[in-house]
Design a protein around this ligand. Structure first.
Ligand code: SAM
Length: 288
């Protein structure tokens, strides 16, 4: 019997994978990295005991965190990705010919190196795209110090544990806001609402004083267990979240990109949140 691996994100509950083969396992300068093969999900990347991405279901997460803000904005030229070492995010951003410049700030070079070697289907050569500029640094330090400006910022980080913790701080959100061009959008990985409701209320509380419009959108990613994952949305252009399916459809047509999860209808519907999530947001003092 192939051995198995259980996730350690939650004390009282865990998902388990059979492990047919381990491609890599080691402590990097920042975190414990493992990449193994599972019969159902293909190659799986784990950081500090938490599933980061799998070959089989990564498209859902990467399509929603890229095409939704880019097509909502409508004229994105410059994109900043924080984290994203597995390369799936830049693959999806690179599909947009309108995007002229992508900076990715990843704290751990080893994640990029091991993903290129053992998860080649994630980046699919995107790291070699002339528009891509890789910076190895802490995302918090980068947004604090950079004088570059971006139209979309995507925080594709680990959970708020270890190196990812600073990327869930109000200081990080405020620095991202100062790095956005007028009408720019910040979107972030914000945990699985049912399992990590404190992340929803914490992010809502931090975004509310900073941005004219903030909310969440969702998508269910099978290996982010416990239901739909929330992504935070923050911008000073209140119109961007109110767009019609027809407008998004027209932009999707022009973009002429292949997707397997994202559609203009899913885009608009993703902002509709379940009552219990709205109640968590309301408790932070804002009527939604
Ligand atoms: N899809 C995953 C999720 O939702 O949890 C995230 C995947 S991606 C592998 C997460 C990346 O964030 C990792 O490569 C990790 O090294 C990077 N990271 C963590 N903390 C960071 C920081 N402070 N600055 C930049 N990158 C960071």
């Amino acid at each position: 019997m192939a051995n198995s691996w259980s996730e350690t994100l939650y004390d009282a509950y865990a998902q388990q994978f059979t492990v047919d083969k381990i491609y890599f396992e080691s402590k990097t300068d920042h975190q414990h990295l493992m990449i193994f093969h599972n019969a159902l999900f293909g190659r799986v990347m784990v950081l500090d005991g938490i599933v980061q991405t799998t070959e089989k279901d990564e498209f859902i997460y990467h399509e929603m965190l890229t095409h939704l803000p880019i097509l909502a904005h409508g004229n994105v030229k410059r994109v900043l990705i924080i984290g994203g070492g597995d390369g799936g995010m830049i693959r999806e951003v690179c599909k947009h010919q309108s995007v002229r410049h992508i900076t990715q700030v990843e704290i751990d070079q080893a994640v990029i190196d091991m993903a290129k070697q053992y998860l080649p289907n994630h980046s699919q050569g995107a790291y070699d795209d002339a528009r891509v500029n890789i910076v190895i640094n802490d995302g918090m330090a980068f947004v604090k110090e950079t004088n570059e400006r971006f139209d979309v910022i995507i925080s594709d980080s680990t959970d708020p544990i270890g190196p990812g913790e600073s990327l869930f701080s109000q200081n990080f959100y405020a620095c991202c806001q100062s790095c956005l061009n007028p009408g720019g959008v910040l979107v972030t990985q914000n945990g699985v609402a049912y399992m990590q409701q404190d992340e929803v209320s914490a992010t809502a509380t931090k975004l509310a004083p900073l941005f004219q419009d903030w909310h969440f959108f969702t998508a269910a990613v099978p290996t982010y267990v416990g239901g739909a994952m929330t992504f935070s949305w923050a911008t000073d252009d209140q119109a961007l979240r109110q767009q019609s399916v027809d407008l998004i459809q027209a932009r999707y047509q022009v973009a002429n990109i292949e997707t397997r999860y994202y559609t203009p209808e899913v885009h608009v519907a993703a902002f509709a949140l379940p009552k219990y999530v709205l109640q968590v947001i309301d408790q932070t003092g804002r009527k939604v």
